[in-house]
Design a protein around this ligand. Structure first.
Ligand code: FES
Length: 148
């Protein structure tokens, strides 16, 4: 029997039975059915699994469930960043869409700490999110738009 983990996700409390070292990405997707957070590489390289833990962007594939127990987790399903989401739509950012939840989570975390980021700050904050379709110019345009 796996131990009980208490999690707060998007403002709701959940109790799950999971091995403490299980990546929280597995818990979100496979146990709780919150599939907006994507599994890309599984080894911390692509950013598709980005969530917020107490407001900070973290990689769900590298973060164990025990590390986030008792903390506030936000996933793409609970992200309140209307201006950013609207900018994403306006600039038609996604192509295949697979990486976009992670991109939005990283962008939202950036704008929260840095409401008017410089080009270098955007590049730095977004450098860990890979997009195979190459939507980077539109991602950047949307972030700049949302920051204004
Ligand atoms: Fe976590 Fe790629 S799935 S960084």
């Amino acid at each position: 029997e796996n131990p009980t983990q208490n999690l707060t996700i998007n403002g709701r409390n959940f109790t799950v039975n999971a091995e403490p070292n299980m990546p929280v990405l597995w818990v979100l997707r496979d146990i709780l059915g919150l599939t907006g957070t994507k599994y890309g590489c599984g080894s911390g390289l692509c950013g598709a699994c980005t969530i917020h833990v107490d407001g900070k962007p973290m990689r769900g594939c590298l973060t164990s469930v025990k590390q986030v127990s008792g903390k506030n987790i936000t996933t793409i399903e609970g992200l309140e960043a209307e201006k950013l989401k609207q900018a994403w739509e306006k600039h038609n950012v996604p192509q295949c869409g697979y990486c976009q939840a992670g991109q939005l989570m990283s962008a939202a975390a950036l704008l929260k700490t840095t409401p008017k980021p410089t080009d270098a700050q955007i590049n730095d904050a977004m450098s860990g999110n890979i997009c195979r379709c190459g939507t980077y110019p539109r991602i950047k345009a949307a972030i700049i738009d949302a920051a204004e």
